[in-house]
Design a protein around this ligand. Sequence first.
Ligand SMILES: Nc1ncnc2c1ncn2[C@@H]1O[C@H](COP(=O)(O)OP(=O)(O)OP(=O)(O)O)[C@@H](O)[C@H]1O
Ligand SMILES: [Mg+2]
Length: 297
Amino acid sequence: MEQSTAIEVDVAVLVKGILKSFEGPKGATNKVLKGVDFGVKRGEIFALLGSNGAGKTTIINILSTLMKSDGGTALVNNFDVAKEPGKVRQSISLTGQFAAVDDILTGRENLILIAKLRSVANPAKVADELLERFGLTEAANRRVSTYSGGMTRRLDIAMSLIGKPAVIFLDEPTTGLDPEGRHEVWKTIKELADGGTTILLTTHYLDEAEELADKMAILHGGTIIAQGSLGELKKLFPPAKVEYVEKQPSLEDIFLAIIGRKADLNASRNADPNAGTNTSSNVRSDTDQNANRKAGN
Ligand SMILES: Nc1ncnc2c1ncn2[C@@H]1O[C@H](COP(=O)(O)OP(=O)(O)OP(=O)(O)O)[C@@H](O)[C@H]1O
Ligand SMILES: [Mg+2]
């Protein structure tokens, strides 16, 4: 594909000085983004963190060309979102904060519809492959209204993969999912990144960012106030005090063990004995789980 603005080829998303205001109550100006800067490398998982109303969805909307910024520049796949929105749209997919599936249709029909809209060759084959990959083959011909929240979210993400976009935006991909559903979505996200897809996600779950993100940024008060890998962010704090305490399983560990998911989970959590257990202590592993993921452990 033609690259019109060859700035930094290994950078999939580059955001510089982005500004955005909305009209607030009684005509006041609500300055939401006051100069946001960050970059995401190709194949990286980047987590955008911030409180409710911080402006995470606004950034995703600007990057996916659904909304115009008031200033600054944003490049996605080396295309300027303001000057080349069509090329940006060809490079991305967006799974919004609220599922965008049509629940009157079946899972298979939803996938075929999107494949046709994206002019993908052989829509039925593409749909069947995705249903298989996302564990939805048995439910393929059922209306989405009968799916669980996790199944719907998986279908939503599957739909976003049609056409093999270079960059995927996931706005709160696991909100509302049970622990099993969250782990399934995490596995999918890791597999996508391992295949070279760049992923920018937002989340309120800090354990999710720890588990998935190569890099993360904290949006607060209209700007990015901290960014880096988990290891880099940890260095902003004094070294942890080492205490020897008995490890207790977290409620999530207990829940997953009781419903019989523990074995799967341990296997998918990179065989890191610390990664699967949120202890009640403040003794944590500094192991960079993403390094494990990249190394294929
Ligand atoms: N279209 C809009 N019109 C007016 N105000 C808006 C609009 N979209 C967002 N805002 C305001 O911008 C601010 C940021 O909203 P945004 O949805 O980006 O936050 P967020 O970080 O995604 O929050 P959450 O974690 O709750 O999803 C909020 O104050 C919101 O009310
Ligand atoms: Mg949001």
